[in-house]
Design a protein around this ligand. Structure first.
Ligand code: 13P
Length: 151
């Protein structure tokens, strides 16, 4: 796929989310890339955001805690095209009470074609990509066409 760059060195909106057993990994990753992340607008679910702000000093817009609706808030921001990248360290070894919300968030990220990283290796690749700091034409659902095809 060829990317048509609209803007370089762009500020991105990055959503950071981690389940409890994965929070230490996300904070470690955040610290590793702190200088780059400083240039972007950060959003996070409640507890993840509070921990990142406390342990890294980064400024983070904190939403509701995940089990109380934070995943859904991030999903809603994705549909409004206000999130460019999702870093979501979900726990592959422990069931979550809000599993439907987790699945819904991952689904919306796929629908709206935003890059998602679910572990340190993929998050490293994503943030070091030359595409990370660029705004490029991205295939998103054609909402008007979708509605007219159904009405
Ligand atoms: O549960 C979460 C994501 O599904 C994360 O929520 P917290 O950041 O509030 O722990």
């Amino acid at each position: 796929m060829e990317y048509k760059t609209i803007q370089s060195n762009a500020q991105k909106s990055v959503a950071l989310v981690a389940h409890d057993n994965m929070k230490a990994s996300l904070i470690e990753w955040t610290n590793t890339h702190i200088e780059q992340l400083r240039n972007h607008q950060l959003y996070a679910t409640g507890t993840t955001g509070a921990l990142i702000a406390k342990q890294t000093g980064l400024s983070v817009s904190q939403l509701i805690s995940g089990p109380l609706g934070g995943d859904q808030q991030i999903g809603a921001l994705i549909t409004e095209q206000k999130i460019d990248v999702l870093i979501f360290f979900w726990d592959p070894l422990e069931a979550q009470p809000h599993d439907p919300d987790v699945k819904a968030l991952l689904r919306l990220a796929a629908v709206w074609n935003i890059p998602v990283a679910c572990n340190i290796a993929s998050a490293d690749l994503l943030i070091t990509s030359s595409l990370f700091g660029q705004v490029f034409e991205r295939k998103v659902p054609d909402y008007q066409r979708y509605i007219s095809s159904r009405t």
